[in-house]
Design a protein around this ligand. Structure first.
Ligand code: SF4
Ligand code: SF4
Length: 175
């Protein structure tokens, strides 16, 4: 019987090995979407416009080892960054662990299957367009709210208020 708790339940973000750290990413690709910040209120609006390096099917970075040279504003996640930014998606593995929440069923560490993040509708697969060739001012035409919310399909909304609690205030919603 294996009753040893997995590392994401027992370790802090700082205590994780590089391999453990990397595996905490569920591969959803949500953090690779362009976001707009309201300069007056600081409110973040998500768009469905993906970084030019994001593969819209696999939802993985097209050149992960060289991403910072190719995309200078790519955010390098560290424990400190995870704590300091407020725009990580509510389903993000790093955010969940930092908030001492459980990883969801679709996370590859839980399911053992890298495809469950797609099956659950959590990944951005098939829902993005590339920023390649798009003028910055066009981003406003692509504001969407779904990246800031857990998807219904994943089965953590509705009766399970815990999932709802994870969502930040609805982006751009009037009431
Ligand atoms: S939002 Fe979090 S879990 Fe999803 S791709 Fe980004 S770092 Fe990974
Ligand atoms: S460079 Fe890669 S990891 Fe960074 S935002 Fe773009 S696709 Fe995501």
């Amino acid at each position: 019987m294996d009753d040893e708790a997995p590392f994401w339940r027992t370790k802090t973000l700082e205590e994780m090995s590089p391999l453990e750290w990397e595996s905490l990413c569920d591969g959803c690709g949500r953090c690779c979407l362009n976001k707009l910040e309201d300069w007056d209120t600081g409110e973040i609006a998500w768009t469905n416009v993906a970084c030019r390096l994001l593969d819209g099917e696999s939802c993985r970075c097209g050149d992960y080892p060289n991403r910072f040279e190719k995309v200078p504003d790519c955010e390098q996640l560290t424990p400190e960054v995870v704590r300091s930014i407020d725009w990580l998606p509510p389903t993000c593995g790093y955010r969940l662990v930092e908030e001492r929440r459980e990883l969801y069923w679709w996370h590859p560490l839980v399911s053992g299957d890298p495809d469950t993040v797609h099956a659950a509708g959590v990944s951005v697969r098939g829902r993005t367009i590339s920023e390649e060739g798009m003028p910055l001012e066009a981003l406003e035409d692509h504001i969407v709210r779904w990246p800031g919310r857990p998807p219904r399909k994943a089965g953590i909304g509705g009766g399970q208020r815990r999932g709802d609690d994870l969502a930040r205030r609805p982006l751009g919603e009037k009431s």
